[in-house]
Design a protein around this ligand. Sequence first.
Ligand SMILES: Cc1cc2nc3c(=O)[nH]c(=O)nc-3n(C[C@H](O)[C@H](O)[C@H](O)COP(=O)(O)O)c2cc1C
Length: 420
Amino acid sequence: MQYHALTMHSYRSVRMHTHFMDWEHQPKAFKIYPSHYRRIPLEKSNALHRFIILIGGITAQKSYPGMTYALRTNPSAGALYPTEVYVQIRDVEGFENGIYHVNPYESALVLLYPLNVDEGVESALGLKCVEGFIFLFSALYYRSSWKYRDRAFRYCLNDTGHMLGALEASCYVSEREYRIVYDGDKGMLSRAFGFGSEEMYLSSAIVGIESEFLCQTLHMQLPNVDGTGTFEQNRLIEESYRQTLHLQQKVQKENAVFNVDKEALLQAIWKRRSVREFSTASMRAEDFQTILAFITQPIPSDVDETVEIFAVINKVEGMWQGLWKDGVYLKSGNFAQKSGYLCLEQALGAFSGVTFFLVGYSEQNYQAMMQKAGIIGHRLYLISECLGLGCSGIGAYYDEEVAEFLDTKGMILYALAVGK
Ligand SMILES: Cc1cc2nc3c(=O)[nH]c(=O)nc-3n(C[C@H](O)[C@H](O)[C@H](O)COP(=O)(O)O)c2cc1C
């Protein structure tokens, strides 16, 4: 997998390739369709609206001199939010049948295209007509590559996985089932939505019932609306996206069974933030077990790639320190400093209760595998919040040194730190 190898961080590369950020040309974080597109304002008090708000809606603001960030139900590398969400709604009370853009800035659905009878995105996803919701996820990669350059494609995939995780959590609290579709005619979807090469379609999620009827191909052709304001093409990212478009199906039909109170999870979704500093306190061994049971539940999808979970146990009451995988210690010892170093010398990796590294092997299913790592990461955030622990995603790590430490030939897909 050339892309992953080409975008590895090393002790040397982060010191050789420093770049200055062009703050004058920071891309916009929201895509706004023109005002003549009809809007449905989303109200938290309406259960169906809330179901949609929980998938990437704004939950907090952070202000710095001269700038204010809107923080959302999903975390995002550098708070840059490359992921866009669209939803097709059919036969759901209170909504006109149509394809909408989910606009977190206005907390509204923007009607892009009213559906004709038996027409829909299903034909591009290999499905019969779905009654209910089909969410579609894409990434405007320049929002992330503006800061992270070539490595940004990784973050677009992890971030979109987090958005899928947000959808999973929203489904759980409103007692709905979902399944992810990674495969499909992405060219057809991109053309219909008017995406240029700057917006990459990545995945869909079905929340509804597939009927017996076939849908006709979409006739819509939306204008391309600028979602970033400024743009600089990144050929490596565009080429890597194209080279990883064709996936090999590996169907997972089982649903997750979460043993968590729905109201507690709902509160965790509203409150979730990335922890910025850990205390000196240890976490409990039973919390570690609860976390593992939660994050390893099946994820129903058409391309379910294996993602291995390694854990560096730093501060867990009643557990030895060491490197742990699948219930077995691979090495014992105090690796706190080492795990901090591996996470590009970030204190979060060293002072955590546990620092996780997610590892995968598939070149062909790279897009689906990286998004799955994001979903696991999202589960980790939410269950940590439920347990009164803090969590942070860590996208910056020394790839080869992590692989050497874990003694794996796999790709390091994502790191996360959890603790008190
Ligand atoms: C893929 C990914 C990678 C991240 N990498 C880091 C990181 O290396 N270091 C860090 O301190 N935070 C990291 N974060 C956390 C983001 O900075 C955080 O999500 C963002 O600032 C928004 O804040 P919030 O999560 O509190 O809403 C990462 C988040 C994601 C989703």
